[in-house]
Design a protein around this ligand. Structure first.
Ligand code: IPM
Ligand code: MG
Length: 368
């Protein structure tokens, strides 16, 4: 049984702009503690390249156990060119992948919402993206990211072979599909399941299991199957046809980056990675912006903290049972955008450009 002490939040700022955006969340947690008499206990530690620099490993056992015992983990971002040439097992990304895999965070929720104030920040026509509200549910602990065998091995003629394996079992597919169907119930009752069943057996199994589950338990929900390449195209052609999209680890990685640009900037999109619920309805969870560590802008104050702040909003909602505070935070973000404040990535004529920390402060000033 998972035994979780109350309201322990572990911050793992990571690399690049990670520390800058997590700093803004820290301010918000402190604000909530002070003004709402809450008792969030924050701990902060290293994960990613910064951990490698100090300890020679992207995540120490100690930090991993802290994550196990936290009610929610907030991660900034990991990685950067500095660590590009490290052995695979030492790369910053391993910290993230280990947390996902070992905490069994199999369902990754990536909402793509186009804020009305930012319709013009998208590269797509306003009528295509205005009012957009999609939820991508990405399988996060299986597929080609973790499949065995994997590696690089020498073969004949001095050549080498790179190997990765794409596998899914029925239960891995069913548990993530359930998350998607349950979410759809609270939204527009529509799920699109994406795979490549035309070329991959694992994709064929995916399609069959999702359909069988649907026919057994979720008949009232509209289910469509779509090949992942077609989905990529449809996301640009007519994104508003989608409500919930459920897909595997690799396709989910790519489709969610693509969906993010419908909303104007990678800097806006939060995510939640959730494990299975225990008897008390609690689950392990990690929250992070979907953007990366953006080393090119690290330290310049140009990072957009909104994705990370909204990720904390998802933590309030999914882990901490604080829907009202989550709404409060979302409203504050909206109000600041209404006021015309913009970080560099979403700046447009007639608005006021602010730094990462000015954006965080402005959002806090609108909290009720
Ligand atoms: C993401 C990222 C990660 C992934 C990287 C950093 C390992 O791109 O969360 O989408 O590929 O899953
Ligand atoms: Mg990605």
């Amino acid at each position: 049984m998972i035994k979780i002490k109350k309201r322990k939040i572990l911050l793992l700022p990571g690399d690049g702009i990670g520390p800058e955006v997590i700093e803004e969340v820290k301010k918000i947690i402190n604000w909530l503690n002070k003004n709402k008499s809450l008792d969030f206990e924050i701990d902060e530690d290293l994960a990613g390249g910064c951990s490698y620099d100090k300890h020679g490993t992207p995540i120490t056992d100690e930090v991993f156990y802290k994550a196990l015992e936290s009610e929610a983990v907030m991660l900034g971002a990991v990685g950067g060119p500095k660590w590009d040439n490290l052995d695979f097992s030492k790369k910053p990304e391993r910290a993230l992948l280990k947390l996902r895999k070992e905490l069994k965070l199999f369902a990754n929720l990536r909402p793509a919402i186009c804020f009305k104030q930012l319709v013009d920040a998208s590269t797509l026509k306003p009528e295509i993206v205005s009012g957009l509200d999609i939820m991508i549910v990405r399988e996060l602990t299986g597929g080609i990211y973790f499949g065995e065998p994997r590696g690089i091995k020498p073969i004949d003629n001095g050549e080498r072979k790179g190997i990765n394996t794409h596998t899914y079992t029925s239960s891995e597919i069913i548990r993530v599909a359930k998350v998607a169907f349950d979410l759809a119930k609270k939204r527009s009752n529509k799920v699109t399941s994406c795979e490549k069943s035309n070329v991959m057996e694992a994709g064929q199994l995916w399609r069959e299991e999702v359909q069988t589950l649907h026919d057994k338990e979720y008949k009232d929900i509209e289910l469509n199957h779509m090949l992942a390449d077609n989905c990529a195209m449809q996301l640009l052609r007519n994104p508003k046809q989608f409500d919930v999209i459920v897909t595997d680890n690799l396709f989910g990685d790519m489709l969610s980056d693509q969906a993010s640009m419908l909303t104007g900037s990678l800097g806006l999109l939060p995510s939640a990675s959730l494990g299975a619920k225990n008897k008390d309805g609690k689950m392990r969870a990690m929250y992070e912006p979907i953007h990366g560590s953006a080393p090119d802008i690290a330290g310049t104050g140009a990072a957009n903290p909104i994705a990370t702040i909204l990720s904390f909003g998802m933590a309030l909602k999914y882990s901490l049972d604080m829907d009202k505070e989550a709404q409060n935070l979302e409203n504050a973000v909206q109000t600041v955008l209404d006021d015309g404040l913009r970080t560099k990535d979403i700046m447009s004529k007639g608005n006021k450009e602010v730094t990462t920390s000015q954006m965080g402060d402005a959002i806090i000033s609108k909290l009720k």
